[in-house]
Design a protein around this ligand. Structure first.
Ligand SMILES: *Cc1c(COP(=O)(O)O)cnc(C)c1O
Length: 374
């Protein structure tokens, strides 16, 4: 058993990542820069590993959710701009400066408090155009104007976030166009009042794929960069040839025979209907493989066989039925998600079977598993 890969691991395909950067850039308008969203361990792909490779591919703008994610990137040697999309305690302003991180202004009060720290920091202003999560309300022009005059805040960008850009439903499209128009109208009013506009950005992955006509300064791409859509049924206006970057792997550590009538796992949830060969895999929901995929929902790939999970998925182990396979042995590599050529084991389909989306499935894998680039 290779020490490098051990019991379970995430494998990332750097060539596919490079390919995705290239095809996404082709969809982007000229002059627009790709801001790679690498929050939550780059959706499970390993933040420093992924961002370092992206650096080598020429990507120079990144987004994270927290200041500690930003600091980890800097300590890992990542160059370029790093925008923190979420809230940071204003008492950490000196770290924003020290690590050269850009902070999102999540509200007007927050801007005042950060400015009040007396430390010069770079920021992007967040504008709320209808998601009603973070940001200064789009109508509050005078508040936004005031922020531009706060002496310790260096306004490098202004952005909004679309809340239903993944939907092609006419109502949602109209709502999204309204968000976009309101954002640009606010920017125009600011400019008319004499303010020099900073970099503007609106789109995340679906914003880019469904509204590719927008000419922004950045697109904040997360899930599409990793080569998957959120859900298998999703359709987009442009359909670049995205290639999945991640696969989730483990190994068979033990094979046992269970007689008809015996149980496997917690709660005696599975009872063998026949004499059954069971393979035990040392991976579980503690590694981000959802417990929701317990018998009868989950399956895994071993030696070209797609075999079902039996019983309940444990925190650190799960069992699969290999009765109908031939030649599976201890040490064999198993793919649990992101199996090339097996749609049923693609990340969006596995996420959907577990009642979630690719984004959640991927980022939950980031907790305990080592990441290996290939
Ligand atoms: C997470 C996030 C993104 C990236 O979203 P994807 O759908 O994964 O591309 C972009 N912008 C903001 C504000 C986010 O929080």
């Amino acid at each position: 058993m290779s020490l490098k890969t051990g019991r379970a691991w995430i494998e990332v395909n750097i060539e596919n990542l490079r390919h995705n950067v290239e095809v996404l850039k082709k969809v982007m308008q000229p002059g627009c820069e790709l801001m790679a969203v690498v929050k939550a361990q780059a959706y499970g792909h390993g933040a420093v590993l992924t961002a370092s490779h992206l650096n080598k591919m020429g990507v120079r703008a990144f987004a994270v959710a927290t200041i500690d994610e930003g600091i980890a990137l800097r300590k890992g040697g990542v160059c370029g701009e790093i925008l923190i999309l979420g809230y940071t305690e204003v008492s950490r302003a000196s770290e924003l400066k020290e690590y050269d991180l850009l902070q999102t202004l999540v509200s007007f009060e927050y801007a005042e408090a950060l400015n009040h720290q007396g430390i010069a920091v770079k920021v992007h202003i967040k504008i709320d155009t209808g998601m009603h999560r973070l940001g200064i309300a789009c109508g509050e022009l005078s508040a936004v104007r005031k922020v531009f005059f706060m002496e310790n805040l260096n306004i490098c960008g202004m952005f909004t976030h679309l809340c239903c850009s993944d939907s092609r439903h006419p109502d949602d499209v109209a709502f999204t166009r309204g968000q976009i128009d309101n954002f640009y109208n606010m920017a125009d009013s600011l400019r008319d009042s004499g303010i020099i506009l900073p970099k503007l950005h609106i789109q995340s992955s679906y914003g880019l794929l469904n509204y590719p006509d927008l000419a922004c300064d950045y697109v904040r791409v997360g899930i599409a960069l990793y080569g998957v859509l959120s859900s298998p049924a999703d359709d987009t206006v442009v359909k670049p040839d995205l290639r999945p970057v991640l696969s989730l792997k483990s190994r068979v550590v033990l094979i046992r025979n269970v007689e008809a009538g015996e149980n496997v796992g917690y709660g005696r949830h599975f009872t063998a209907g026949r004499d059954t060969r069971i393979a035990i895999l040392p991976i579980g929901y503690g590694d981000g493989f959802p417990r929701n995929l317990s018998d009868p929902k989950g399956s895994v790939l071993i030696d070209q066989y797609v075999v079902p999970v039996v019983g309940r998925i444990c925190m650190d182990q799960l069992a699969v039925d290999i009765t109908d396979t031939d030649g599976v042995s201890v040490g064999d590599i198993v793919t649990l998600a992101g199996a090339e050529g097996y749609d049923k084991l693609s990340v969006p389909v596995v996420a959907d079977s577990s009642g979630s989306i690719s984004n959640e499935l991927l980022c939950r894998m980031g907790a305990r598993l080592p990441v290996i680039a290939r």
